[in-house]
Design a protein. Structure first.
Length: 200
């Protein structure tokens, strides 16, 4: 167990050569769950899905290291969602994630936050009623995700982080990124100008 409170439990596994974090968010009342980023090692992910009651898969963005298991989870019957801007990066998908919408996971409500910059269609997910944000590769301990790949843009990711995360969400929000360890918005927000100054 990576995190739990009265309404939710979050499980995390690390997979693949890029040490991707894959999260399963599960409603404690109903047992329903979603998997965030079908990154790699599909046998391990399918076992998790089956054990934890996963109903669908949400992708934070379309980079190859976050989508390697997408064909296998779809073949096993799980619907995969991604933003329209990143949909073409996936081999296949089932539904499109819109900005500022709510995904119901049992009785949990997961809010979508479009945070372009790492890719054009990068998205974070905020759990209503718990201090949890799944940030994909938008925000890490120590700075924003890389913007040197096609579709990446540094001024855009800074604007996303400043306007849609730091300004909009409480400082105690726990950030669960696509790689590495957790941090909080309050830990990272004082360093924004440093990141702007260094340019990455």
């Amino acid at each position: 167990m990576h995190y739990d409170d009265s309404q939710a439990e979050i499980h995390r596994v690390v997979v693949g050569t890029m040490d991707n974090n894959v999260y399963v968010l599960r409603c404690r009342q109903t047992g329903e769950a979603v998997l965030i980023d079908a990154a790699n090692e599909h046998e391990k992910l399918l076992e998790l899905c089956s054990r934890l009651g996963v109903r669908k898969v949400l992708e934070t963005h379309g980079h190859w290291d976050h989508i390697q298991a997408v064909p296998a989870v779809r073949e096993a019957g799980y619907d995969v969602g991604v933003t329209a801007a990143d949909a073409a990066m996936l081999p296949s998908y089932d539904f499109v994630l819109g900005d500022q919408s709510v995904i119901e996971v049992g009785r949990l409500r997961l809010h979508t936050i479009a945070t372009p910059g790492h890719t054009a269609g990068s998205m974070c997910f905020r759990l209503e009623g718990s201090p949890v944000l799944f940030s994909g590769d938008t925000l890490f301990p120590g700075g924003p995700g890389a913007t040197k790949f096609p579709g990446g843009d540094f001024p855009t990711i800074i604007r996303s982080i400043e306007d849609r995360l730091f300004s909009a969400l409480p400082a105690e929000t726990i950030v669960m990124p696509g790689h590495g360890v957790d941090t909080t918005l309050g830990t990272e927000s004082p360093h924004l100008q440093e990141w702007v100054d260094r340019g990455w």
